[in-house]
Design a binder for this molecule. Structure first.
Ligand SMILES: Cc1ncc(COP(=O)(O)O)c(C=O)c1O
Length: 449
């Protein structure tokens, strides 16, 4: 058995955890995960927890999947790493072809990186340079959504709109045009769906009419704004945005980092409204949740203007040391093969219905103000007075207290403010979803009284 006390001491001495107020970290002894089996995480004292957050939204088939592990081991025996700068290798080639086959039509060029943030950063740089090559020197900005989240690199933060995360870096960020968040309960335009006729999407038309000449692209998390608290866009919203972009010749970047690979139901959330973006950012579930790999996809129309003679310097000057690493690529290929073999999308369809039924019960709890759900992503928003839609004082950290209570019931989840996020692995069984729902119901009831 690992020495939990010693590991905790070293953690407190040396680790700086992401998105974590480190002053508060020592107040609750850190839970140290030692092992995993399927959808379950096991701590250094042998306690088992259902991974209700899919280890930050990535897990597809559960942990330690023999087929993915074998693919990694096989790859280690042939080629551990070789650069894509000036060379190529079979796994990056095969994976690129597979991604081109699986994604919506027109996305046939694949540029690799290692995280969702870099996949987005690359998309932004790519479309900016695309317009520069076409002679549109005035195109220097983007349209993005209020409360959008696209990662933590400077470009991704610029298009991101979550003030609490992004405010601190304001002087470094480039300006973008913002669309009102399509959250019907808190409609910024004080309208009601569907009578509103998607007025929040039509705002894009006003922006493009006035500023279209300086705008490179719209970036959007299709169908679900995850980090904003699982905000589900109303029916027709996404396709409306894309139609307006088409009318004004502005490109569309779909950030499918969170929604891709079956998380919302179909393979990609864009399929829910049959939209075909010009660029797509992928990450998270690409390797089944095992290794860091991301991809930015686009089509020939964006690719062609980069072609030229060496001394025209039209090259896309971007590339990371580990871009398209063979081991991560092999893991991704194994994941995609397994998704088809095990018909993961069918499991998502069945579990989505089970989750919906369970969540309908949770909606009856007195302090639940709204439940938002799509596929295997759900947000349960808590409020001090659900009837009057009056939030808790943030200093009470109700979301945090609920997820800590859920741990006592054998479930690991993470909140976004006072929204309890459920992101079970896509392979979850009926019993596991039941366990998750029961633990969450108990945790909410205990904490909210
Ligand atoms: C929609 C979206 N884009 C980008 C990112 C950033 O991905 P990463 O954390 O891998 O950099 C995230 C992460 O949650 C995300 O949800």
């Amino acid at each position: 058995m690992p020495d939990t006390a010693e590991l905790r001491r070293l953690d407190l001495a040396h680790l700086w955890h992401p998105f974590t107020q480190m002053k508060l970290w020592p107040e609750e002894p850190p839970l140290i995960i030692d092992r995993a089996e399927g959808a379950w995480l096991i701590d250094t004292d042998g306690n088992r927890y259902f991974d209700g957050v899919s280890s930050l939204w990535v897990t597809v088939h559960g942990h330690n999947v023999p087929e993915i592990n074998q693919a990694i081991i096989r790859q280690l025996g042939t080629l551990d790493h070789s650069t894509l700068l000036g060379l190529s290798h079979p796994q990056a080639i095969r994976l690129a072809a597979e991604l081109a086959r699986l994604t919506p039509p027109g996305l046939n060029k694949i540029f690799y990186s290692e995280s969702g943030s870099t996949a987005v950063e690359i998309a932004l740089k790519m479309v900016y340079q695309y317009w520069q090559h076409l002679g549109h020197k005035e195109k220097k900005t983007f349209v993005a959504l209020e409360n959008g989240y696209h990662g933590d690199t400077i470009g991704a933060v610029s298009v991101g709109g979550i003030d609490i995360f992004h405010q601190a870096f304001k002087p470094f960020l480039f300006p973008v045009h913002r669309l009102p968040q399509p959250h019907c309960r808190h409609c910024r335009l004080l309208l009601t769906y569907p009578a509103c006729d998607l007025a929040c999407a039509r705002k894009l038309e006003d922006i493009l009419q006035q500023h279209g000449h300086e705008i490179c692209a719209l970036i959007v998390e299709p169908k679900v704004q995850g980090a904003a608290g699982m905000i589900i866009q109303p029916e027709g919203y996404l396709s409306k945005l894309v139609a307006i972009c088409r009318k004004y010749g502005v490109l569309v970047i779909a950030d499918e980092v969170a929604t891709g690979f079956g998380r919302t139901g179909p393979m990609f959330a864009c399929e829910l409204e049959d939209v075909r973006p010009d660029l797509m950012a992928l990450g998270k579930g690409l390797t089944g949740g095992v290794l860091p790999l991301a991809a930015t996809l686009t089509g020939d129309h964006v690719y062609q203007p980069f072609l030229g003679e060496f001394d025209e310097f039209k090259t896309f000057f971007h590339g990371h040391t580990y871009t398209g690493n063979p081991i991560t690529s092999a893991a991704a290929l194994a994941n995609l093969e397994l998704m088809a073999q095990r018909n993961i999308l069918e499991n998502v369809r069945v579990r989505e219905a089970q989750l919906a039924a369970g969540l309908a019960r949770l909606a009856e709890l007195p302090h639940v103000v709204e439940i938002r759900h799509q596929g295997m992503m759900a947000g349960i928003e808590l409020a001090k007075d659900a009837g009057r839609d009056e939030p808790y004082d943030p200093s009470l950290r109700m979301g945090h207290r609920v997820i800590m209570a859920c741990r006592q019931h054998g479930v690991i989840i993470r909140p976004l403010g006072d929204t309890i996020v459920l992101m079970p692995p896509l392979s979850s069984t009926a019993e596991e979803i039941d366990h998750l729902l029961k633990a969450v119901e108990a945790g909410i009831s205990e904490v909210t009284g």
